[in-house]
Design a protein around this ligand. Structure first.
Ligand code: NAD
Length: 453
């Protein structure tokens, strides 16, 4: 398997993919490892994972460069990602004892009722490349904290980062046989589905997620899916700082080249603010530098070459149906997977750009006349990850957000994840939650103890 630098198209290295036999052997290693790992006390596991987080901090420059070289994101965004992952780990470690320890529910003479959170056992994590540290720690930190052993399959586009994570976990004291990395792409992921894991945790596209869910179903084990989105954002007429809002929301759409599961993917603006918003949005987009990710740029290369064709198709489909192109629209570089930040107006819901996940630097902005029209358009999607409303009034935002079937709702913010809140998708955006106390317990099976005596 070649690891390619998407900014230069150079081969960084070549790795050997795991064979089905290798994977089965790694599972056996994990099986023994889990028995030893689970015997460590929770405070011991917390201490080891704290050391892991400290190692991320001390090695951040090397790790950020490895990440940037294999996924193409600007170096500063790689550093931001590692620091963001450390913040999530901090919350998880500080809250592990509160949410993973035994809970005494009833304690009266002659009767005690207790919930114990037992680990699932052998956990399989098939992961994505867009934020390998962030989506990785959502799974392997709480899984290890609660006493599981983990088979981590990084995306084939982020394998070097996966191997660095393995090295640092082991250096921190996670025993060799409680964490293993599976190297490879689709076929290796598929082979993992044939093995008897006791829980599957997947981050990736709807198409793959649906396939995994069906294939894992007969095992009757937990299967959580964190999938894509077509996240809407609505700017009402009572927003006063239209320019500032345009800049902030442009970042919500284009950070990491729009390759975020919760990137803003479509924007609706009240007609009163529409012209001012669009002008400020385009001005902001034009101010960004795009170039090599190792330079000081805001936009660098896309991770996957194939995505360029997806974006070109969305642009040409929109233009054919009457959209107006205000910026970008094409791949201008003959080396590396670059796509200009693209802004389309005069869009509608017959166009792919307003219906299908773009996962790239492209946005459609549409004029609406009131909340009812905005709400109907925001609801018009198969996805349900996040939705965002910018307005002066919290009550108005909450009233709209309550009617949208999404896992997260944002008032005057967007493209945001918090370790304290559940991260979850609905409909084609997924099943189950990571992060928060729910995400800590997602890797456990509760057992109710009825104790008389
Ligand atoms: P993808 O579905 O192509 O791949 C994800 C993982 O699945 C990779 O490790 C891949 O090797 C593996 N895989 C592919 N086919 C498989 C199969 N048949 N069986 C088993 N494993 C298989 O997705 P991607 O391109 O890596 O990630 C982009 C998608 O992930 C976007 O849709 C994005 O929105 C979504 N995403 C969601 C979240 C979230 O939290 N909801 C976070 C990050 C990314």
């Amino acid at each position: 398997m070649n690891v390619i630098n998407p900014a230069t198209e150079e081969i960084i290295t070549t790795l050997q993919e795991d064979s089905p036999q290798n994977l089965a052997d790694k599972l056996e290693v994990l099986r023994k490892g889990q028995q030893a790992w689970v015997k460590k006390s929770l405070p011991e596991r917390i201490a080891i994972l704290l050391t892991f987080s400290q190692l991320l901090a001390t090695q951040i420059e090397d790790l950020a460069l490895i990440l940037t070289n294999e996924v193409g994101k600007p170096l500063q965004q790689s550093r931001n990602e590692i620091n963001g992952a450390r913040n999530r780990i901090k919350w998880m470690l500080e809250n592990a004892e509160k949410f993973l320890s035994d809970e005494v529910m009833i304690d009266e003479p002659g009767l005690k009722e207790i919930i114990k959170y037992e680990p699932l056992g052998l956990v399989c994590n098939i992961s994505a490349w867009n934020y390998p540290y962030l989506v990785g720690v959502n799974v392997f930190i709480p899984a290890l904290l609660s006493g599981n052993a983990v088979m981590y399959k990084p995306s084939e586009y982020a394998t070097l980062t996966g191997l660095e994570i393995e090295k640092l976990l082991k250096a921190a004291g996670v025993s060799d046989d409680a964490f293993q990395v599976a190297i490879g792409g689709k076929n290796v992921g598929d082979a993992l589905l044939d093995l008897p894991f006791q829980g599957y945790f997947f981050t990736g596209s709807y198409k793959t997620g649906q396939y995994i869910y069906e294939k894992v179903a007969p095992k009757m084990v937990p299967c959580q899916l964190e999938l894509g989105g077509k996240d809407p954002l609505y700017i009402t007429e009572d927003v006063t700082d239209v320019k500032g809002t345009a800049a902030a929301t442009a970042d919500g759409a284009f950070y990491n080249n729009g390759q975020s599961c919760c990137a803003v993917e479509r924007i609706y603006v009240h007609e009163k603010n529409y012209d001012e918003y669009v002008a400020a949005f385009v001005e902001e987009v034009k101010s960004w530098k795009q170039g090599l990710p190792t330079d000081e740029v805001y936009l660098a290369a896309l991770t996957r070459k194939d995505q360029i064709a997806v974006l070109e198709n969305q642009v040409s489909d929109a233009l054919k149906k009457g959209a107006k192109l205000l910026n970008g629209g094409q791949n201008t570089s003959n080396k590396g997977y670059y796509f200009e930040p693209t802004v389309l107006t005069n869009v509608d819901h017959t166009m792919l750009v307003m219906k299908e996940e773009s996962f790239g630097p492209i946005i459609g902005i549409m004029k609406v006349k009131d909340d009812d029209e905005a709400l109907a358009l925001m609801q018009d999607t198969e996805y349900g990850l996040t939705a965002s409303v910018y307005t002066a009034k919290q009550e108005r935002a909450e009233h709209i957000l309550a009617q949208i079937n999404s896992g997260s709702g944002y008032w005057n913010c967007c493209d945001r994840v918090s370790a304290a809140l559940p991260w979850s998708g609905r409909k084609h955006s997924g099943i189950g939650a990571t992060l928060s106390h729910l995400g800590l317990r997602a890797f456990t099976k509760p057992k109710g103890y009825h104790l008389r005596g």
